[in-house]
Write a protein that binds this ligand. Structure first.
Ligand code: ADP
Ligand code: MG
Length: 244
């Protein structure tokens, strides 16, 4: 795994680890909460994958991260684990005018997969957070109902979020006051699936303090475009195709 932070060269070493280190470190040593570590053990997951090894500590520190690693390398947990930990530890002092976390993905199927993964982790951790997934078949009234008493985590396609914005089901000032983490998963597909304008409807309302995470299987001009649109000074983590 190589890591670079384009405008903060001093910190680049944080993203650089040897294979040996990556094989030795446990989730606990990466700074993960004991509840999450136990939940992973119950799922039979004992050892971080290389992308998790590098991404988890950076995300826990609040850094913006672009992570590129091939399909199947464990990118979902690489962002879910640290963002859940952040929510576990900040429960009391969060503003809840709008969702605290947006996870935006290119398809309804992926929304469902991530939703199931989050719910299963929360159940194993015995932590109650409100998690909502939206899909484009939902009527405005259903969208409205799903977002009453704002969720901690909203999982959606960009199109649904844009629909909620244009119907004032999601209030832009509330997003600006509450959004703490934005994840774009399968970012390499978002633009080719036609979500550019939907994403652009949201970007002006993302607060400067929001942590932004961009996960993708490939690097492409599209990923670069999204990176420029959303992220401030991110750490760029890249897993080489060969040798992992
Ligand atoms: P990606 O998003 O990079 O394509 P996923 O996050 O979907 O990959 O993970 C692929 C599979 O690997 C999933 O079934 C997931 O549960 C499993 N997985 C994730 N992290 C680990 C790990 N540290 N050890 C073993 N299996 C893992
Ligand atoms: Mg994935």
């Amino acid at each position: 795994v190589t890591g670079t932070n384009e405008t903060a060269p001093k910190e680049t070493t944080r993203g650089e680890h040897t294979q040996e280190e990556s094989e030795d470190q446990t989730f606990e040593q990466l700074g993960l909460d004991a509840r999450l570590v136990r939940a992973l053990q119950k799922k039979g997951i004992e050892k971080p994958t290389p992308i998790q090894h590098v991404a988890i500590p950076l995300i826990l520190e609040g850094k913006d991260v672009v992570a590129r690693a091939k399909t199947g390398s464990g990118k979902t947990l690489a962002y879910l684990l640290p963002l859940l930990q952040k929510l576990f530890t900040s429960n009391g002092d969060r503003k809840k005018l709008a969702p605290n976390v947006f996870v935006l993905v290119p398809s309804r199927e992926l929304c469902q997969q991530i939703y199931v993964e989050v719910k299963s982790l929360l159940e194993l951790c015995r932590v109650q957070l409100k998690v909502v997934q939206l899909n484009s078949n939902m009527l405005a009234t259903d969208l409205q109902a799903a977002l009453v008493g704002p969720p901690d985590i909203l999982i959606s396609t960009p199109a649904c979020v844009a629909k909620c914005l244009s119907n004032s089901i999601l209030d832009t000032a509330s997003i600006n006051g509450s959004l703490e983490t934005l994840v774009l998963d399968e970012a390499d597909l978002l633009l080719s699936y036609g979500y550019e304008n939907d994403i652009k409807a949201l970007t002006p309302h993302i607060p400067r303090s929001c942590q932004c995470l961009l996960m993708s299987a490939t690097s492409s001009a599209d990923v670069d475009k999204l990176k420029k649109l959303i992220l401030h000074n991110p750490f760029i983590l890249t897993l080489p195709e060969v040798g992992n």
